[in-house]
Design a protein around this ligand. Structure first.
Ligand SMILES: Cc1ncc(COP(=O)(O)O)c(C=O)c1O
Length: 342
């Protein structure tokens, strides 16, 4: 409310012309400090950040090496850039090494992109190994922290804090404000020259309106709350572990998740995932299915997002409900035979 009273709901212009407000810079300073790097720049959307930044930094002579599970925004940025793109099996650093070994010399620049906490599987990359790889092949490393910042690390600073890595070893930190930071927007954090370059060249920054002030203020407030109340991160961690342990105990396939905020329950086909989600909604549990083409058809799942405010009773109650409804679904007549009879 204070931001609305001070700045209004829209800045009505690009930051580079008349749209810059102090709240933007305050947020960017907080984001840079959070990541432990020199500077940050914020954009109006997380998806738009990846599209614009990758589309702008790379060109047709360049190489992009990504994990197959990477978010669509990276893929769209890659398409826009025209760079040669190599997808590697999820978590397969050997495949990334091979892709760089076979292609690096033929390309002007190379960018490796991973997620700090994978949004579909809830697992993490080995950052130390990726840094070795990027050094060996003279490449840039970009980490999308959409699901990691505000979750991983004792003070919520993301995968670098979690894995005890010097954050300046990563060239490009990307994040979104729409998850832990309860607003809308995206950002890039990194070295001063990188951020300066993006401020003057990235189309999504130069030609788009500055972020809505109340959203920037909300994200900034969320960062302050997280820093002032670290118990939230510890509680989130406990809840995530409890959910993953309870799911395993009941025999669910939860894939490679580390049991942080994202824990999938893989049910194996899209109709089951959708019907299970509807049955759970009818019982008061709101969990959205992730189905093909978001994930391979045989990996269709319910994706649970755990927060610090869930209680153990809610977690156990959810898992019991999943067990009951999944058993009922699997014992029901198959959809194919129902269609045939009809
Ligand atoms: C890994 C990842 N990157 C980027 C985005 C895009 O962020 P936003 O939804 O805030 O635009 C998302 C959103 O789901 C995401 O999961």
């Amino acid at each position: 409310m204070e931001a609305i009273n001070t700045y209004g709901t829209s800045v009505s212009a690009s930051r580079i012309s008349a749209g810059e407000r102090q709240v933007h810079r305050d947020l960017e300073t907080a984001l840079a400090q959070l990541h432990g790097v020199a500077d940050a720049v914020s954009f109006v959307g997380g998806h738009a950040t990846n599209v614009s930044v990758i589309g702008d930094l790379l060109g047709a002579e360049d190489l992009l090496v990504t994990d197959v599970a990477i978010h669509n925004s990276i893929t769209e940025g890659a398409k826009l850039s025209g760079a040669k793109r190599i997808l590697c099996q999820h978590g397969d650093l050997d495949a990334m090494e091979r892709a760089l070994r076979l292609n690096r010399a033929r390309c002007r620049r190379a960018l490796i992109v991973v997620e700090g906490l994978y949004s579909m599987d809830g697992d993490v990359p080995d950052l130390a190994q990726l840094i070795k790889l990027k050094r060996r092949y003279n490449s840039w490393l970009m980490v999308d922290e959409a699901h990691s910042c505000g979750v991983l690390g004792a003070s919520g600073r993301g995968i670098a804090e979690e894995q005890n890595i010097d954050p300046t070893e990563v060239d490009i930190w990307m994040g979104t404000l729409s998850k832990s930071f309860v607003a809308v927007g995206g950002y890039i954090a990194g070295s001063r020259p990188l951020i300066e370059l993006l401020r003057y060249t990235s189309p999504g920054f130069v030609f788009s309106v500055g972020q809505s002030p109340p959203l920037a203020a909300a994200a900034l407030a969320a960062i302050k709350v997280m820093q002032a109340e670290p118990w939230r991160l510890e509680k989130l961690r406990q809840n995530g572990r409890a959910f993953a342990a309870g799911a395993r105990r009941r025999g669910f396939d939860i894939g490679p998740t580390i049991g942080a905020s994202v824990v999938p329950i893989i049910v194996g086909n899209s109709p089951h995932a959708v019907m299970l989600s509807q049955r759970l909604l009818a019982r008061g549990y709101n969990v959205v299915p992730a189905i093909f083409p978001g994930v391979p058809e045989n990996q269709a799942r319910l994706r649970f997002f755990i927060t610090s405010e869930h209680t153990l009773e809610q977690i156990e109650g959810t898992l019991d409900a999943v067990a009951e409804e999944l058993t009922a679904l699997r014992n029901a007549p198959s959809l194919v035979s129902m269609v045939t009879q009809a």
